[in-house]
Write a protein that binds this ligand. Structure first.
Ligand code: AP5
Ligand code: MG
Length: 206
């Protein structure tokens, strides 16, 4: 099963990916997480994309496609993958079609007016990739999943969120039509509880 999760910043891609990856035993590949790991480890790639990522703009397509291509060549991706946050524009989708075209694209559709609250209250774990909200876990400093430190992402502030939403509407939203035309798009209502969003996804995937 080759799956893509598509959706605005804060739509719940990372949250749902963790559940899907567990249930269907698929490697969860988040380009955002891979970039953050590179920044944390101060790799050459991390140094190149650090400033652009903090503004909410997209990292260059060539670097992103290369990163994903390398990751999909690893052994655990042989029988499928779950991509979260990739592709992010038409050139990336065209590139992916050339080396590992997806079977199903799940769009998590949310009211964009509500995502700022979700993002500014998010606490992220850089170790396990977990994503939580203070509304649910309170003001704790340790990851409820792995016990490591929780952080507030550098791009999780109201100004960058506005920028990320504009990037989403201009560059990523055209992918909805792209995959609709390929007959691969499934739309899920993301404006419901985490559990109900997941149960709708399971109904689709079986
Ligand atoms: P990335 O890390 O992918 O960020 P994003 O797309 O902006 O998405 P988020 O991670 O913010 O949201 P999410 O949908 O995962 O939501 P989550 O589940 O955490 O990318 C960051 C940056 O990296 C980009 O801006 C770009 O610079 C670069 N980048 C990444 N990929 C790239 C690419 N392909 N090309 C170029 N550049 C790229 O949930 C959010 C919050 O809401 C959490 O607090 C969660 O607990 C809560 N929540 C989740 N679901 C629900 C629900 N149903 N009800 C209530 N609360 C909920
Ligand atoms: Mg995410």
């Amino acid at each position: 099963m080759k799956l893509i999760l598509l959706g605005a910043p804060g739509s719940g891609k990372g949250t749902q990916a963790a559940y899907i990856s567990d249930k269907y035993d698929l490697p969860h590949i988040s380009t955002g997480d891979l970039f953050r790991e590179n920044i944390k480890n101060e790799t050459p790639l991390g140094k190149k994309i650090k400033s652009v990522m903090s503004t909410g703009q997209l990292c260059p397509d060539d670097l992103t496609v290369e990163l994903v291509k390398d990751r999909l060549e690893e052994a655990d991706c042989k029988s499928g993958y779950l991509l979260d946050g990739f592709p992010r524009d038409i050139p990336q989708a065209v590139a992916l079609d050339e080396f590992a075209s997806p079977d199903v694209v799940i769009e998590i559709k949310v009211d964009l007016a509500k995502v700022e609250h979700r993002i500014t209250g998010r606490r992220s774990c850089l170790s396990c990739g977990g994503s939580f909200h203070v509304d649910f876990i309170g003001n704790v400093s340790k990851c409820p999943k792995c016990g490591d430190e929780l952080v507030i992402r550098k791009d999780d502030n109201p100004i960058t969120v506005k920028e990320r939403l504009e990037v989403y509407e201009n560059q990523t939203a055209p992918l909805i039509d792209y995959y609709k035309k390929q007959g691969k798009l499934v739309v899920i209502n993301g404006d419901q509880s985490i559990e109900n969003v997941f149960s709708d996804i399971v109904k689709v995937l079986g």
